[in-house]
Design a protein around this ligand. Structure first.
Ligand code: ATP
Ligand code: MG
Length: 376
């Protein structure tokens, strides 16, 4: 018997074939992409949420769907980049230009390969930048290069740009997002960006013209419902003997709070090849699950007392990112504790009497588990 490696892994984004849940958002994204391709409608999509909630997984999933299969790639030119440092407008265009050229070359190779194999490539053409590549381009600015690439690109029905962790874009670069989707002629451009929890607010308050690019297509992703968690657990086990019984799934949902990262921690700790995983096993493995999550989560609120953690957990039950002091006290957290949570960096006062939750609510769930405090 060949052992299957543990398919649950909190440290890497979900593989598209293991991606579960988010059906409602995926449906909307598919619709929007189809509309862009078929009706030439450019635009933007914003995916935002707390750390580790599944932004990268979602972007990877949707781009992999759009890409098609190796033998039958779609006619969408896909540019994906994850940002990890501050990126200004020039750097943004330079990055897009590099990716554009790389994707055009890749496509050429794919077309050659398929031609060599089967010969039948009806409907499959190499992308081409036509004249744009041949001209002496050196004196052009990155912006002008990009424009000329987009204008000259042939055989692509859509350019899909996915920028993961767009929080790293400078103010100028954010301003250019509007230009990228609005000043296009010919091929439509669809821009998918992901950002941290405060990204949307920042856009709306500081860059409202840019925010309009994403209006009607802004998705806040959060925890999984029980059904979504179930799907995430089952997906990698198709055709396998290993399974989860219903009790186990329910307990896993409860201890993980449905936070994708914690779902993966608990699932990974509880996994047992070839067996039916039970409620008892999940409970037994919570300490192991906490240990898996430590590398990312242990240093978030080191100074917090048990009471702080409980207060934080009460606030997260409201399932909101922006909350008023009235809501906080209604949840059973008294003003001195609000002050403590602000000090710990859990809450930030955004206006008088209004707070945003700065730390992922998942951290409250993690701390409850770690300290063996009662969870509900
Ligand atoms: N839809 C999903 N199906 C299965 N697993 C998921 C899903 N979404 C997220 N996960 C799991 O949750 C964890 C975090 O996911 P991911 O890296 O995509 O989050 P993120 O929001 O991009 O995090 P970061 O803030 O660090 O960029 C990973 O272990 C991933 O496998
Ligand atoms: Mg990510």
């Amino acid at each position: 018997m060949i052992l299957m490696p543990n398919p649950y892994d909190p440290q890497t984004p979900a593989r598209p074939e293991y991606f579960g849940g988010r059906e409602h958002i995926l449906e909307k994204l598919r619709e929007r992409i189809a509309m862009a391709g078929q009706h030439g409608k450019s635009g933007g999509i914003l995916i935002w949420g707390h750390r580790c909630v599944g932004k990268t997984s979602l972007i990877t999933k949707i781009t992999s769907e759009v890409r098609g299969t190796p033998n039958s790639p779609s006619n969408v030119l896909i540019i994906t980049r994850r940002l990890a440092r501050t990126t200004n407008d020039q750097e943004l265009y330079t990055m897009l230009n590099e990716e554009m050229i790389e994707q055009v070359e890749k496509r050429q190779n794919v077309v050659n390969k398929i031609k060599g194999l089967a010969g039948n490539i009806s409907g499959l053409n190499a992308f081409s930048l036509g004249v744009a590549l041949n001209k002496t381009e050196t004196e052009k600015s990155p912006y002008h290069k990009w424009r000329s690439y987009v204008e000259n690109l042939e055989n692509a029905e859509l350019i899909l740009i996915a920028i993961d962790d767009a929080d790293w874009l400078s103010i100028e670069a954010i301003g250019e997002l509007k230009t990228i989707v609005e000043e296009v002629s010919g091929i439509p451009v669809l821009l998918i960006i992901s950002g941290f929890i405060d990204f949307e607010e920042k856009l709306v308050n500081q860059y409202s013209p840019v925010a309009r690019v994403f209006s009607g297509a802004s998705f806040n992703i959060g925890r999984f419902s029980l059904d979504e968690t179930k799907e995430v657990l089952m997906k990698p086990l198709v055709g396998e003997k290993t399974s989860w019984n219903n009790g186990a799934i329910k307990v896993l949902q409860k201890v993980s709070g449905g936070y994708p990262y914690l779902v993966q921690c608990v699932a990974s700790a509880s996994y047992s090849e070839g067996e039916t995983i039970t409620e008892g096993r999940v409970k037994e493995k919570t300490t192991a699950a906490v240990n898996i999550g430590r590398s990312w989560l242990d240093h978030e609120i080191p100074e917090a007392s048990n009471q702080d953690v409980i207060s934080f957990a009460k606030i997260t039950k409201l399932d909101k990112d922006i909350i008023s002091s009235t809501e906080i006290s209604d949840a059973g957290v008294s003003p001195p504790y609000i002050g403590r949570l602000v000090k710990l960096g859990v809450l930030k006062q955004v206006r008088r009497g209004t707070y945003s939750i700065e730390k992922s609510p998942m951290i409250a769930t993690f701390e409850l588990l770690k300290r063996k405090l009662p969870y509900e």
